[in-house]
Design a protein around this ligand. Structure first.
Ligand code: ZN
Length: 154
């Protein structure tokens, strides 16, 4: 099996069996964004502990397979991470989707989204969930002074 086929399998698997689907009754990070060019919608709800660590995150959405698979992968990737760590992953994924050269091996299975950078119409689809989380983190930082960097350092 070629690597690109494997990546295709990962995306399809997340689309068919989305992880962390749903909506948390209470959330520290809660935001919905639309991608009007494709009609994709992603709503993210997440809770953090006192150290700014994402203890739970869920998403609901509708739209194309890339947007929904990317959201599923995003929730898996940031669950258990601090907001600062999550931000770092967000920036790496967005750079990868923009087609910027770099070493993305640390992203693990998220590298399966790299091929989307060559499909210009789909970049916004794949980036949607990451934009939702990024903006939700910024909105929370604005509400909670001193949390801009994702909470106190250990
Ligand atoms: Zn789409």
């Amino acid at each position: 099996m070629r690597l690109s086929d494997l990546y295709q399998q990962v995306i399809l698997d997340h689309y068919r069996r989305p992880r962390n689907q749903g909506k948390l009754p209470l959330c520290d990070l809660c935001l919905e964004l639309h991608n009007p060019t494709c009609g994709d919608v992603i709503e993210v709800s997440a809770v953090t502990d006192g150290n700014g660590r994402v203890t739970d995150i869920k998403f609901i959405g509708r739209g194309c397979s890339i947007s929904q698979a990317s959201a599923s992968m995003m929730t898996e990737a940031v669950k258990g991470k601090t907001l600062a760590e999550a931000e770092a992953v967000i920036q790496q994924v967005k750079a990868m989707l923009r087609g910027e050269p770099g070493d993305y091996r640390s992203l693990g299975q998220l590298q399966s989204l790299e091929g989307v950078s060559k499909l210009h119409a789909r970049v916004k689809c794949a980036a949607l969930a990451w934009n939702v989380l990024e903006q939700a983190i910024r909105a929370q930082a604005a509400r909670v002074p001193g949390r801009e960097k994702g909470g106190p350092k250990p």
